[in-house]
Design a protein around this ligand. Structure first.
Ligand code: HEM
Length: 339
């Protein structure tokens, strides 16, 4: 009888242990000291790990503990964005702008300069340092834009054309260009911001200019000071996007200095989205500063514009300049007197 009771007791205990283990579910992974689950435990599964911690890490003996991070689930989201979304977003934004400019060119045509009796007289619009700052920034921007687009489209569009070896060599140079030209670009943006901020503060004249569509769709020429509302938008886009591109770029250039891997992925998303909008915006600027408007390029080329052109597009600025010149002392070196 006693032996029977002992057997029964053992059976009950065994059942209890089985029930407790069964209810507890599969064995939990033994956590690493920093709280991250241990991925080497045989019973772990990926889903469980992802639910338990934002990243999966192991134990390593080298000093850089960041290397212990094996999987970071947000990386998958980032990869999906970079590989699937970004080429589409970038392609649509940039090709959309090219199509819009082509449509504008074929419907409106080149904005012509009406010749008047004043034609041929010149007015200094941008001095040497202003033109230097502009072209340094423009040169860097074009190479930054092309090398940046190579990150998104290169392996899809260029590699099939030139082959993997040439593409690898070209991409390496493109990467150097991207990283080194970022510095003079940021400097150029800073120079332009300081040089032109005074003339780019929005005011009431800009509202009227915008209401009249800047005269682009009709023959009306709304009043404008040194920069019209459209140019002010370009200026603030360059300053705002230039600063954002610089800040996000620096965070990627100095990994882990200010943010972790997840933060750097966010920076990359912001950098690439702003980048494609920036390229599209500058395409519109390049169009209007060259092919789109007769006489506009001279302002950044020689620095001097025809007074007839300036009266049409920047009438208030011309008045101000002529008034200054009439007083005498403001005439700069190389500047031809306007009257
Ligand atoms: C080959 C390309 C480019 C051409 C042909 C070009 C042409 C011009 C011209 C003609 C002006 C003077 C317009 C005026 O008389 O007021 C100008 C101004 C300006 N450019 Fe460019 N540009 C180019 C690229 C760039 C780039 C890449 C940036 C910046 C990333 C830039 C930023 C500016 C800014 C902020 C102004 C002053 C505001 C304005 O006039 O819109 N430009 N550009």
């Amino acid at each position: 009888m006693r032996r029977g009771l002992t057997h029964l007791g053992i059976l009950v205990m065994a059942a209890l242990i089985w029930a407790v283990v069964g209810l507890a579910g599969p064995a939990r992974a033994v956590d690493a000291p920093d709280g991250a689950p241990n991925p080497t435990t045989s019973s772990v599964n990926e889903d469980l790990l992802f639910r338990q911690a934002p990243k999966i890490g192991g134990r390593i003996s080298i000093p850089d503990q960041k290397a212990a991070n094996l999987i970071q689930p947000q990386g998958r989201e980032w990869r999906r964005f970079h590989e699937s979304w970004m080429p589409w977003v970038g392609g649509l934004v940039i090709l959309g702008m090219v199509a819009a400019l082509a449509l504008f060119y074929f419907t409106r045509g080149r904005i012509r300069l009406d010749h008047t009796e004043e034609s041929g007289r010149k007015l200094l619009r941008f001095n040497v340092f202003e033109r230097f700052s502009h072209w340094m920034t423009a040169f860097c921007f074009i190479l930054l834009g092309l090398s940046g687009l190579n990150y998104i489209f290169g392996k899809r569009l260029l590699m099939p054309l030139i082959g993997p070896d040439a593409f690898a060599a070209l991409s390496q140079w493109a990467k150097y260009a991207h990283v080194f030209l970022a510095w003079p670009f940021m400097l150029g943006v800073l120079f332009m911001a300081v040089l032109w901020v005074r003339d780019n503060i929005p005011n009431r004249i800009d509202i009227e200019w915008l209401k009249k569509g800047g005269g682009f769709l009709s023959d009306a020429h709304p009043h404008a000071e040194r920069f019209n509302a459209g140019q002010k938008l370009v200026f603030w886009m360059v300053v705002g996007f230039g600063t954002a591109m610089g800040a996000t770029g620096l965070m990627m250039l100095f990994p882990f200095a200010l943010t972790d891997i997840n933060g750097m992925q966010v920076m990359q998303v912001v950098h690439s989205l702003i980048g494609v909008v920036f390229v599209a915006g500058i395409l519109a600027h390049i169009y209007i500063g060259s092919l789109g408007m007769e006489g506009a390029y001279d302002a950044m080329g020689s620095g001097e514009v025809d007074i007839a052109w300036a009266r049409v597009h920047h009438d208030l600025w011309v008045k101000e300049q002529l008034a200054k010149n009439a007083d005498g002392p403001q005439l700069g070196r190389g500047q031809v007197p306007a009257e």
